[in-house]
Design a protein around this ligand. Sequence first.
Ligand code: PLP
Length: 355
Amino acid sequence: MQSPEPQSFDRVLSSMCTEPHPAAREAAERFLATNPGDPATYDTVAALEERAVELLATVTDHPTPTEASGYVTGGGTEANLQAVRSARNRHPAADANVVAPESAHFSVHKAAEVLDVELRTVPVDDEYRADINAVAAAVDDATALVVGVAGTTEYGRVDPIPELGRIAHDAGAFLHVDAAWGGFLLPFTDHDWSFADAPVDTLTIDPHKCGRGVVPAGGLIAREPAALDALAVETPYLETRSQATLNGTRSGAGVAGAVAAMEALWPDGYREAAERAAADATWLADELVARGYDVTEPELPLVAVDLPDTTFEALRDAGWKLSRTGAGEARVVCMPHVTREALRAFLADLDRIRT
Ligand code: PLP
């Protein structure tokens, strides 16, 4: 059987992954058979991973990018899980809990279940951002971690990160920012989200989303080495003595692709992409409002629109890869592959279906 071609991105509106940068694709292919999980054997890719961490720390405004701790994870799920694990391991409470807004990605729920940590989800406000009062009421002496999201999966919202940091640290907890999707967009906005903007302890930022690396490449970056030290286990059969990552063998392709993409795009290429995506999201939102639909104002380039079920299904039947929020709105994520032309074609199909 002839091997199938992967799907085209032409009609993919719901995904937070995108076409890799050509340099990332090429670098990934060269590093397919390397394992950054065994750095003493695969030293070239290990050095590349150090470069990846430095670049991710630069994007997230870490005070000393060349000394930042972190690693290239399998994705945002692993980075979030490891942030929860690190906070739990560093906190004295035997029954540690984690406080997160209900908008937090479901990976935080997985993390709590896997690590057997109590997860306290608190409501969001009318603008879908973490409700500060609810977070303050939920933390206590056993809170190891407060999670804030900088670019929520459903509505692209940015939580009030500095306030969450204050609440967390006053309670003796750590602050984790999940910028898995938003991390390569936020440097070009006025939002407070980074290591420089707030007392962030750990942060998720994924090259395989808006970073235009290849899958799999997530990122976990920490302000202090202690966050990673708290994850280390001894590794007797490897030449290196300890390992802080969750997976053992990891993707060298993901690491090499992430470095190649970031070296090609930081900062100007990412700025251009972020500005174009913001303009496209605003344009699409206006077009949908003009057609009488309820639209959630895009803060980052993600448009949530209330479409009747029949319209949603007809658009899916027409080949548009759309998904819904928990409340039922259709989500259009303006990723780099989502061009204005694609959005025009989407609206043309919507107009045809409506009439
Ligand atoms: N965090 C956020 C905010 C996300 O949007 C996602 C996925 O979309 C994740 C974490 C999980 O990332 P991954 O699917 O790479 O594990």
